[in-house]
Design a binder for this molecule. Structure first.
Ligand code: UD1
Ligand code: MG
Length: 458
């Protein structure tokens, strides 16, 4: 009897040994990014959301970067090396150690299908829980060429035929193999070990599992899904198409959660972008990873945000750049051409025009003037600037860090501040202005004389 009270364990085998030569890139294929994270990270997130309690990632030789990315996104991931590319079943068997340890459900996922949804993986697991030995993900692509075809006998899946090995009648089948498969743990290894390489490519095809299961009187089922779930990436063009598809999903989800996207098709989100209620995002805004935006904030056009936090009712942009570690409180105003990095901007503070704020604190209610900057880097190291509550930093001031400006202090326009300014003090660090009466008239006269002289020469 199956014990239905105990949650089923799940091993996910992620095939990431793709060589990716058609990407024309030095970067391994699964490390290319969409919506702010690698293809592999997307797949690992889906697998973990679908209850993948253990994860085995199969990589090619010399794939340290892929292994590192796998561990970064799934701490418990085990790495297995497929030293020679001999087919999808051969790749799965590279993780034999994990398969031998066993799990109720074994999911086989490709590292280059980043749009696979957890609910689809759960549907496959559900089919196993209901008694299938093999669950195959089927879909009906607009263009079936190149895909394995699902050969049915009524409602029963009897085989998967790879395009190269298919008869013309089989090629006419429009139900295709998405590639991802699920196996009941109890019989997975015995099926996989029976797979041979008697085919046109002399590869060990995972897809042969269906026909083998049939000879063992085990049931295979198809779960039909939408094309996006199984969208595989081999080229930069497919990478871009997949980004488009994912962005559409993310925008729709953001709008369903109550965000106003004025022109959704121009806003780029990351999978982890978090919005509060009644946030407005104007056209042409890019969100890198790790951004949170609280209620009633407005992100105006052409702003770029990356690992930043925007507090309630805060106004960002147009043309603002929030770099990693920019933490904006409530009712802050950050205007055009203002760049903020690794800084805390407290409630009600303002930096409205042309400013750089890095490694700093801008106290509550303070004002950072047009063209003012902190000089946080001396060419070797970085230093902090601390600006107190209600302070005023005049236009075009340069605050040379490390430096601190006290609460309520006033820094005069154009000052180069190298020493601390106490609370409520006024600091002026610039040349005094000189005004010479009639000085301009004298200059004009000299210039006019010079012009007349050179004109006379010609
Ligand atoms: C596979 C399926 C095909 C399906 C298609 C869907 C097989 C035999 N065929 O074909 O039925 O329609 O996916 O996209 O499974 N890999 C390795 N090591 C290998 C070979 C492959 O790790 O030795 C990995 C690849 O990196 C990739 C995945 O397995 O992530 C699939 O391999 P790929 O060569 O793309 O298979 P397809 O020919 O697309
Ligand atoms: Mg493929």
């Amino acid at each position: 009897m199956v014990d239905r009270t105990r949650p089923r364990t799940c091993l996910a085998v992620v095939l990431a040994a793709g060589e990716g030569t058609r990407m024309r890139s030095a970067l391994p294929k699964v490390l290319h990014r969409i919506a702010g994270r690698s293809l592999l990270a997307h797949v690992l997130a889906a697998v973990q959301a679908a209850g993948g309690s253990s994860v085995a990632v199969v990589v090619g030789p010399d794939a340290d970067a892929v292994s590192t990315e796998a561990k970064r996104n799934a701490a418990a991931a085990e790495i297995h090396i497929q030293s020679e590319r001999r087919g999808t079943a051969h790749a799965v068997l590279a993780a034999k150690g994990a398969l031998t340890r066993g799990a109720d459900d074994v999911l086989v996922i490709f590292g280059d299908t980043p749009l696979i949804r957890p609910q689809t993986l759960l549907q496959m697991r559900d089919a196993l829980a209901k008694g299938a030995a093999v669950a195959v993900l089927g879909f009906r692509p607009k263009e079936p060429t190149g895909y394995g075809r699902l050969v049915m006998d009524g409602n029963n899946l009897v085989a998967i035929r790879e395009e190269l090995d298919a008869t013309p009648a089989e090629r006419a089948i429009d139900l295709c193999n998405g590639g991802l498969m699920a196996f009941a743990g109890a019989t997975a290894l015995s099926i996989l070990e029976k797979i041979g390489n008697d085919n046109r490519k002399a590869e060990f095809y995972l897809t042969d599992a269906v026909a083998i299961a049939r000879t063992m009187k085990l049931k295979s089922v198809v779960i039909e899904t939408e094309e996006d779930d199984v969208r595989g990436i081999n080229t930069k063009a497919q990478l871009a198409e997949t980004e488009t598809a994912l962005q559409q999903r993310l925008r729709k989800a953001a709008m369903e959660a109550g965000v106003t996207l004025v022109a959704p098709e121009t806003v780029f989100l990351a999978t982890d972008t978090k919005f509060g209620r009644d946030v407005v995002v104007e056209p042409f805004v890019v969100f890198g990873p790790g951004v949170t935006v609280e209620d009633n904030a407005v992100i105006r056009s052409f702003s770029h945000l990356d690992q930043a936090h925007v507090g309630r009712g805060t106004l960002v942009g147009p043309y603002a750049r929030l770099r990693p570690g920019a933490k904006l409180g409530a009712d802050v105003h950050i205007g055009n051409f203002v760049e903020i990095k690794e800084s805390i901007i407290e409630d009600g503070a303002k930096a409205n025009h042309l400013a750089y704020i890095g490694d700093a604190r801008l106290g509550a209610g303070s004002n950072f003037g047009a063209g003012a900057i902190v000089c946080n880097y001396d060419g070797a190291a970085k230093y902090r600037t601390d600006i107190g509550k209600g302070a005023f930093i005049g236009s075009n001031a340069a605050l040379v860090a490390p430096v601190s400006i006290g609460d309520g202090a006033y820094v005069a326009t154009g000052s180069v501040i190298t020493d601390d300014v106490p609370a409520n003090a006024l600091a002026i660090a610039r040349e005094r202005q000189v005004v010479k009466a009639d000085g301009a008239s004298r200059i004009w006269a000299i210039k006019a004389a010079a012009k007349a002289k050179s004109g006379a020469k010609k």
